[in-house]
Design a protein around this ligand. Structure first.
Ligand code: CP
Length: 308
């Protein structure tokens, strides 16, 4: 097992290929726990995990909570509206107070890029980045890798098309870094206003046509338009966006027969993905969610130091 003691998981940028493989292999060993009648093992008994989510979340927060509970950790959830941040307490003071209760792992989501890095320097406990602005969402990329590997038995050599609002997507950035480290070819596609300048330097091909992105791809990853992070309208209308960049059955006509359709969620049906594609035979969107629990169990286990 390639695992030294790491305090924090801040981004895919910091992980080696071997460490990524260790996380995926560890997740594999935990996946079975969630299929049992009694979905619990004692691996993290006595460990305290706090989920501090200062931005909305359904999948990430719930799966970290389930992951911790299935490993027998004590898990506490704090949201922005339920915290004293709304009374004027600073982020640093909030985090230090949480740590003062002998917290072992802080799982943290924030709307600003770099917020998890900031807390990692302030705190002695482990910090796991659950999404920081448009910067990184490492645990999403890891569960995406896991889901691809589960279906295709490999990642190296695959062609993965990431389509949509690349510029504002932390999922796109973490997935590009992760997929390139694992030897996949990555294409990105979207309107020119949603493709960041210089993205080619990350080792990806760029196209502005969804048909070119889908052609010959093994995996297509659709992204939501990140309206909460866009300062202005980057496309004339949702209808226009859907017409030019929405994935529908017609656009899958020339696709590989065993193509995988992915989406990190939340999906906007009828915008970036048609309902019959989201629910169709190539979609592994809900498998991604299922796998999120196993991957986050692996992350809590490894970053708690229980594996050492
Ligand atoms: N994919 C993802 O991060 O979803 P949530 O915002 O619901 O956690």
């Amino acid at each position: 097992m390639a695992w030294g003691k790491r305090k924090d998981l801040l981004g895919i940028e910091d992980l080696s290929r071997e460490e990524i493989e260790t996380i995926l292999d560890t997740a594999e060993s935990f996946k079975d726990v969630s299929r049992r009648q009694i979905k619990k093992v004692p691996a993290l008994r006595g460990v305290t995990v706090v989920n501090l989510f200062l931005e909305p979340s359904t999948r990430t927060r719930t799966s970290f909570e389930l992951a911790g509970k299935r490993l027998s950790a004590d898990v506490i959830n704090i949201s922005a509206s339920g915290s004293s941040i709304i009374k004027g307490e600073s982020l640093k003071d909030t985090a230090c107070n949480i740590e003062a209760m002998n917290t072992d792992i802080l799982v943290f989501r924030h709307s600003k890029a770099g917020a998890a890095h900031f807390l990692s320097k302030v705190l002695k406990c482990s910090v796991v980045n659950a999404g920081d602005g448009a910067h990184e969402h490492p645990t999403q990329a890891l569960l995406d890798l896991y889901s691809i590997r589960e279906k295709t038995k490999r990642i190296e050599g695959l062609t993965v098309a990431i389509i949509g609002d690349i510029a504002h997507s932390r999922v796109a950035r973490s997935n590009i870094l992760a997929l390139r480290k694992m030897g996949a070819h990555v294409r990105v596609a979207g309107p020119a206003t949603m493709i960041p300048a210089g993205v080619e330097k990350l080792g990806v091909d760029v196209t502005y046509k969804i048909e070119e992105a889908v052609e010959g791809a093994d995996v297509v990853m659709m992204l939501r338009i990140q309206q909460e992070r866009q300062g202005k309208n980057l496309f004339p209308s949702i209808r226009e966006y859907s017409r030019f960049f929405g994935l529908n059955r017609a656009r899958l006509k020339g696709a590989k027969k065993d193509i995988l359709i992915m989406h990190p969620g939340p999906i906007n049906r009828g915008v970036e993905i048609a309902p019959d594609v989201a629910d169709g035979p190539y979609s592994i969107i809900l498998d991604q969610v299922t796998n999120g629990v196993a991957v986050r169990m692996a992350i809590l286990f490894l970053y708690s130091g229980a594996a050492l």
